[in-house]
Ligand binder design. Structure first.
Ligand code: SF4
Length: 328
C-alpha cells in the first residue's frame, strides 16, 4: 500500500471540498477500497473518512417512502423492520451479498460505489482500460467467465458486482447527493451507474466533489418481491446472474411488474419493455419466454461467459414463475 494522508470529515462541505481535488477518495466501510489500495489498483494521496457524519439513519419520507442514510450499514438496512416488511426485495438482495462481517462494515453509499471484480482490473501487471485508460482490456480475449453479456463495449466488458443496487433498481429508488457547488441532486438508481462506452474508468455519474448522502425508496408498492441470485457457491460469491422482481397481481393477471438484473452488465440492468410486456398480462411460460427474448435480444458472449445467456433466460423464467405463483 502506498502512503496516504488521512482526514476525518466533520461536515459534508469538508468532503465536497476535499474530493473536488483529483486525488482524494472517500472512505466509509472500506470493504472494497482497502483491497484496492493494498493491491495498488487505487492509490489516493488522501483518504477522507466520512464515518462520523450524521448519515446513518433510516427515516420516513413525507410521501410514505423511506430515506436510507449513506452510512447505514448493509446489516442495519437488511435488519430494519420497515425494510423487511415493506421492501423485502431489498433485504433479501443485501443478505445475498458478501458475508455478515462485511455487511456489518459495508455502507449504503459505499455499496453503490463498489468496483468491478474483473480479475484483470485487480492485477496491476495486466492491461485494463478501467484501471489504466488506453492500456487495453485483458478480459476481452482472456478469461471472462464473470463478464458482461449486455451493454459492453470494445474497451470494457466488466460487470457491476453488487446485489443491493439491483433491488434498488427494481424498486425505482433514487440516489441523493450533495454537489461541490452546494446543490443537491436526486438521481434515479437506474441512471446512477454507467455503461462502459469509451470511458470505462467512469463507473457512475458522480461528478468531482459530489458525495452520496442517502437513498430514497418510493412508498411501498406491495406485491410479490423476489430476489433470485445464481452463483458458483451458496455464499460469499458474486452473481453470475441475478433477478430482482416486484410483481403485483390482480387476481390471476399481472397488474404491474418492475424487474432488474445483476451480473449481466456494467450496471444493474433495467429494460422498461419487459415491465410493459408483463403488465396487465396473464402469466404463462410463453409470456415469460417473450420477456427473456426482450432481455437477451442484443446479448453477446465472449467465450467463457457464453453460458450466462441461457442462464439468464432460465433464471428470469424461474423468478417470474415464483413471483406470479405460476408454479409456486
Ligand atoms: Fe479492465 Fe474492463 Fe477489461 Fe476488466 S473488462 S480488464 S475492468 S477494461
Amino acid at each position: 500500500m502506498k502512503p496516504f494522508d488521512y482526514q476525518r470529515a466533520d461536515r459534508l462541505e469538508h468532503v465536497t471540498d476535499l474530493t473536488s481535488a483529483d486525488d482524494t477518495t472517500v472512505i466509509a466501510g472500506g470493504t472494497n477500497l482497502l483491497d484496492l489500495m493494498k493491491l495498488q489498483v487505487e492509490t489516493p494521496s488522501t483518504l477522507c473518512d466520512v464515518n462520523r457524519l450524521p448519515m446513518n439513519d433510516i427515516e420516513a419520507t413525507d410521501d410514505g417512502g423511506l430515506r436510507i442514510g449513506a452510512l447505514v450499514t448493509n446489516s442495519a438496512c437488511a435488519a430494519d423492520a420497515r425494510i423487511r416488511s415493506d421492501y423485502p426485495l431489498l433485504a433479501r438482495a443485501i443478505l445475498a451479498g458478501a458475508t455478515q462481517q462485511l455487511r456489518n462494515k459495508a455502507t449504503t453509499g459505499g455499496n453503490l460505489c463498489q468496483r468491478t471484480r474483473c480479475y484483470y482490473f485487480y492485477n496491476i501487471d495486466q492491461p485494463c482500460n478501467k484501471r489504466e485508460p488506453g492500456s487495453g482490456c485483458g478480459a476481452l480475449n482472456g478469461y471472462n467467465k464473470l463478464h458482461a453479456v449486455l451493454g459492453a463495449s470494445e474497451t470494457c466488458i466488466a460487470t457491476y458486482p453488487g446485489d443491493m443496487a439491483v433491488a434498488m433498481s427494481a424498486l425505482d429508488a433514487r440516489v441523493e447527493t450533495l454537489r461541490a457547488d452546494g446543490s443537491n441532486r436526486s438521481i434515479p438508481v437506474r441512471e446512477f451507474h454507467r455503461l462502459p462506452g469509451d470511458e470505462p474508468w467512469r463507473d457512475n455519474v458522480l461528478e468531482a466533489g459530489e458525495v452520496i448522502t442517502g437513498v430514497t425508496l418510493p412508498p411501498p408498492a406491495g406485491g410479490r418481491q423476489v430476489y433470485r441470485k445464481v452463483r458458483e457457491r451458496s455464499s460469499y460469491a458474486f452473481a453470475l446472474v441475478s433477478v430482482a422482481a416486484l410483481v403485483t397481481m390482480d387476481g390471476c393477471r399481472i397488474a404491474g411488474a418492475s424487474l432488474a438484473f445483476g451480473g449481466l452488465a456494467h450496471k444493474p440492468w433495467h429494460d422498461p419493455r419487459i415491465d410493459e410486456l408483463l403488465s396487465d398480462a396473464e402469466p404463462s411460460d410463453e409470456l415469460f419466454d417473450k420477456a427473456a427474448d426482450l432481455l437477451l435480444e442484443n446479448a453477446r458472449g465472449y467465450g467463457d461467459n457464453d453460458f450466462k445467456i441461457p442462464l439468464a433466460r432460465r433464471t428470469l423464467i424461474a423468478t417470474l414463475r415464483e413471483a406470479t405463483g405460476e408454479n409456486a
